[in-house]
Every structure is written in C-alpha cells, then in structure tokens.
Ligand binder design. Structure first.
Ligand SMILES: *Cc1c(COP(=O)(O)O)cnc(C)c1O
Length: 408
C-alpha cells in the first residue's frame, strides 16, 4: 500500500553536473538552495515503486485523492502522511476556444486558464509546494524577490503556513502586486532598481531576517509544484499530450516542469512513451534572453539589458535555469518566439473577448506567438495546440487602463 511509504522522492541531484546531494537516510534532512555548481536542484522519484503501487485511475479518483494539485501526492516531495500548505490550487479549467479555432484555421485549440488559482496566477502551484517543503524542513520565515505575482503568492501561502514573509520588489512593480503582499500580512521592501537588484538585496538580508529564500529555481520544490501543470494537462486530455504548447517564459519553471512531468508520466507508462509536445517559449521583444540564446544555439543565455515589458511575468533578464529551458526546447523540437508589447496587449483583449477567459498580458503573448507560427506554417491546421493563460488579467489594472475603449 502507498501509505506504507513516507515519500517516493528518491534523491536530489544537481541538474547540471548530476552529483547527488541528498538520498537515503539523508533525504529531506535539510533546506537546500542551489547545487554546489550554483545550478537548480532536481528531484528524482522512485517511479518503479509508484508504478507498482498505484495506477493513473487512482490519481483521477476524487474519492481517493481529493481535488487540486496535491492529488498527485506520489509524484510530489512531501511525505505522504503530512498535510500540505494548500489554498485549493490546481485542477484549473482546460477550455476549447472555438472562435479562435475558426479564425486561425486550427482544428483544436485549448486554453489552460491558470488565472483561477488562489492569488490569481499559477505561481500558487509552485509556492504551495515550496512553502510546504520549507515549513516541513524547518524554515521560520521566507524571502523572495518579485516583480509580479510571485510575492503575493508567497505571502498568501506564508500566511496559510503561519510563517513570516519578506518580499523585495522594484519600486515600479504594479501596485496590486505590492498591495497584495501587505494584505496577506507580508513585509514589503520597495527597492530602487530592477529585479536583479531585488535579488541581491534579498540575498544580503536573508540571514539577518533568518529567512529561507524561495527565488525561482533557487530551491528544488517550486519546480515540482509547477510540474503539476503538465501532469494535469495530460490527464485532462485523456492521458495524451497535445502537439504544441505555448508557454510565456520568465524563469521557465513551468516549461521545465512540464517537460519533467511528461518524462515521468511516460516512464510510468501513463502516456505514450515517445510523443512529446513541441514546447514554444514566448517572451516579449523588450526582454527576450531565451529567444536570443535559442536562435544563437547557445547552451546558456546571457542576461538581457534594460528589460522592459508590461507583462511582468516575462520581465526576467537572466534565468538560473536557462540551460534547462533551452534543452527542453531543443529536445521537444520546439522553438522560441518574441512578440511586441503592443501586439500582446491587443491579443490580451482578443483572447478575453473571444473566450470569456480573463487573460493576462502573458496569455495574450501566447496568442500573438501562435498567430505568427500559424502564418509561417510551423503549426499545421490539424495540430492540437494548448495556450497557457498563466494569470488573471484582473490583476493588471495599469495595463487594462491602456486597453480601455471610448464609450460607445
Ligand atoms: C511568473 C509568471 C510567468 C513566468 O513564469 P516562469 O515559470 O517564471 O517562466 C508567466 N506569467 C505570469 C502571469 C507569471 O506570473
């Protein structure tokens, strides 16, 4: 029986060098940030044991597994007998978009609407996992740099966990993303500088604050929470994957996490062993380090200077998981596309008006990228496409004001 095990997590290793950092009796023995090589840490599960003890129908059985992303308990790091820090994240709708299918001459277009998560974005998935694990491993307080939705999500899950939170934001961060931190009782630090400066200051202050840092991919577990995007998508499609996935990419946790999810599901024999979606990394022309590195066939990406875009989730000039993003794009035969802010704003409106989904600028960016790859013929009309609307447009008040039309 599954309950006989505490966790199916098998070991933690460096995602670049492969050296094992925790396993056996040592596993889950303490908080980890980056590997000694300064790279993200990767969780390996005992997939053989999982496959021997449960099947995919048990995951889908709400009477056994409940609702939300923690249904995937066996594929998540928390020991099975412990309660996660949860606000009901995950199990978001996957909706067809018939009028866009007609317009783009596509047989099947789906929107995965992550805007309905707690705190209004898919950051909830990563933070639910990371805050759960940080609390379990003894953290007393949490710190994160954020230029958008991550800070609010961490503050909310910190409140849920009873942990103090400290969020470092650039002064020009959208007001709602600052106010929500304080709403959840978090401590807000407004920094005169960009997100990298917030990262430096957060790192410099974390010992004084006695806080553990939950920066993107600088601890192992936000990635595991984001992985549930891919697990859930495959299940919702009837244990299949689509042909193409559009992902608005900042730090890239969701893109890397989905690729990891499909690998794990394939190893378990729960989806086709070979078929993988072509992953499309979408960025803004005002901050496109991954697109540039992909086009230049680089292994790592150099940081983008003067990053500027109204899609705050995409305003990430340098990503510690750059090589993992680029590898996922190449292995999946995917690509990377940069779109203009003016176009992504138009498509934020077009996506919302065509579907009734409250699209974020990042969701709009995916529609713009889809238009361009349809036009170039990279996507054929018979191919099944999924777009991620990663947050709710309702949190982008400054952007919505720009979209406002004159009264009819
Ligand atoms: C954070 C964020 C992104 C980027 O996610 P990554 O996993 O960091 O690439 C995209 N959209 C929204 C709305 C976000 O908040």
């Amino acid at each position: 029986m599954a309950s006989a095990r505490t966790s199916y997590l098998h070991r933690l290793r460096c995602s670049l060098e492969g050296d094992v950092l925790q396993q056996g009796a040592n596993l889950l023995s303490g908080l980890l940030s980056l590997s000694p090589a300064g790279k993200p840490i990767w969780c390996d599960y005992d997939l053989k044991a999982i496959g021997a003890e449960i099947d995919r129908d048990q995951i889908s059985d709400a009477s056994r597994a409940g609702h939300g992303m923690w249904r995937w308990r066996e594929l998540l790091p928390l020991p099975m007998d412990l309660e996660p820090v949860s606000l009901g994240e995950g199990d978001t709708p996957l909706l067809r978009a018939p009028s866009l299918e007609d317009e783009l001459e596509l047989d099947r277009l789906w929107i995965k609407d992550e805007g309905v998560n707690p705190t209004g974005s898919f950051k909830a998935r990563g933070m639910s996992a990371a805050v759960t694990m940080a609390k379990h491993l003894g953290a007393k307080a949490l710190v994160v740099p954020s230029a958008g939705n991550a800070g609010g999500a961490m503050a909310a899950y910190g409140a849920r966990a009873g942990l103090a939170t400290h969020v470092f934001v650039p002064e020009d961060t959208p007001e709602i993303n600052q106010l929500e931190v304080e709403l959840y009782g978090g401590n807000l630090y407004r920094i005169d500088g960009l997100i990298d400066e917030c990262g430096h200051q957060a790192a410099a202050k974390k010992d004084e604050l006695d806080a553990f840092a939950l920066s993107t991919l600088k601890e192992p577990y936000r990635l595991e929470g984001k992985k549930t995007l891919g697990l859930e998508l495959a299940e919702q499609l009837g244990w299949r994957v689509p042909d193409v996935i559009f992902y608005p990419t900042g730090g890239g946790t969701g893109l890397i996490g989905m690729q990891k999810a499909f690998d794990e599901l394939a190893t378990l024999g729960w989806i086709d062993p070979v078929k993988r979606p072509r992953m499309v990394c979408v960025q803004s022309t005002g901050c496109a380090p991954m697109v540039r590195a992909f086009e230049e066939k680089q292994t790592f990406a150099r940081p983008w200077e003067n990053a500027r875009t109204c899609a705050s989730g995409l305003r990430v000039p340098g990503a510690v998981g750059d090589f993992l993003i680029l590898r996922a794009l190449r292995e999946s035969l995917g690509t990377a596309v940069a779109v203009e802010d003016a176009a992504l704003l138009d498509d934020m409106g077009a996506l919302s008006a065509a579907t009734g989904i409250c699209a974020a600028p990042e969701g709009g960016a995916c529609l713009t990228a889809l238009r361009s790859l349809r036009k170039s013929g990279w996507i054929k009309s018979h191919e099944e496409v999924v777009i991620f609307n990663t947050g709710t447009g309702a949190k982008y008040l400054e952007v919505l004001r720009q979209l406002k039309k004159p009264q009819p």
